[in-house]
Design a protein around this ligand. Sequence first.
Ligand code: ZN
Length: 350
Amino acid sequence: MSGRSRSSRCTSTRSTNRQIVPLSRITAMTASTEVTFRPRLSWATLFDRDGNCTAGTSVCWLCPPADSRRYDRLMRPSPSRFLVAVACTFFFTARLLASGNMPINVILDRGSFYPETYSLFQAIANQVVAQVNLLIPGTPPDVSEDDIVCFETNPTFEASSGHSGPIVLIGPKLAGEPAATSAGTIRIAVNAVQPGFLQRFAFQLSHELAHVKMGPQIDNALIETFATATSYEVMRRLGYNDYVKLAISADLELLPPEIQVQLSSGETEPLRKYWQSQIVIEWNRMDDRPMQTLGALLLKMGDEPRWELLLGISAFSHCADSPSRWPVKLCPPDVKKIAQVGLSLKSLGY
Ligand SMILES: [Zn+2]
C-alpha cells in the first residue's frame, strides 16, 4: 500500500482561530523552561554530544566511532561531504527497500500545530522517525505502511476517548480527531507539547512509535517498558541527554525509599527483584512510569534489548488470538516465546 497517498489529505486542514504565538516567545520558552533546542539537521545528526555515532556503525562508513579530531573534521561542511551524505542516505534507503520493509513515516496535522512552528515540529518528528527506523527497522505484520498522522489532543478528544494522550490510535475515529485522520489507520496523539516543548514532543513521539513498531494491537507492562526504553534511547541519540537525565530522575524519585537506597548503592540484583515482584502484580498497568523507567534503566545497564528484535514483539503474548471488543488488547507477555526470538531479558530478572 502506498505510503504517500494520505499525505495530501493530512495537510488539508488548517485552524483559523488558533492563537498566534510570537516566535521570539517560543524561542525564549524553549531555552528557559525546557532544555535548549539545537537544530541538528547537519553533519552533527550522525553524532551525539560525545562524538559517538548515532546512526549505527554498520549502516554507513561515514559514521565510525569518532575520535575528537575526526569528529571536528567531519563537522566542517564541504561539497564532497555533501555528496557522500547523499550517497550514504541512498545506500541506507536501498538497504531498507531491499529488506522488503518500508520505514514508517509521520505527518503532523496542520490544524493541530501552530503554523509558526509547524515546520520545526515536523523537522523534529522526522529526526525521531529516522532514529526509530534505525533502531527497529521495518514494519510489523498487520501494520500498514501508510503515513501516520500525528495531532495534539484537545478537550473534545480527551472527553470522547477518556485519554489525554500521548497514545497510539488504531480503531474507530473518535470525536476531536482532526479531519485528516481516518478510522482503522494508525494515528498518534501527543499531549501538551505546544507552543515550544520540542523535547517533550520528541519523547512522546518516540515512545508511541515504539508501540507501532512492536505491534500496536497488544499492550502490557513489559511492552510499556520497551517503549519507554526506546524513547530514552532515541532522545540520547538526538543529543537530548539533559532531558533524559531530568526525566529519569523525576521518575525514580517516585519509587519506594528502600529502592532509592538500592539505586544509590548501584546494586542491580535487588532492583531486578523489585521490578519482577511488581510486574507480576502490574502486568496490565500502562501508567506506572517509575516502574517503566526503572526497567529501562536495568535494560540499559545490561546493554539490552537488541532493538531490532522488538519488531512485532507484542504478538508474543498470552492472548494474541483471543477476540476483544477493544482495538487494543491487554495481555500478559509470553516471555518464553520472546526469549525464543533471541531477545534477552536477563537484566529484568527473567
Ligand atoms: Zn506506552
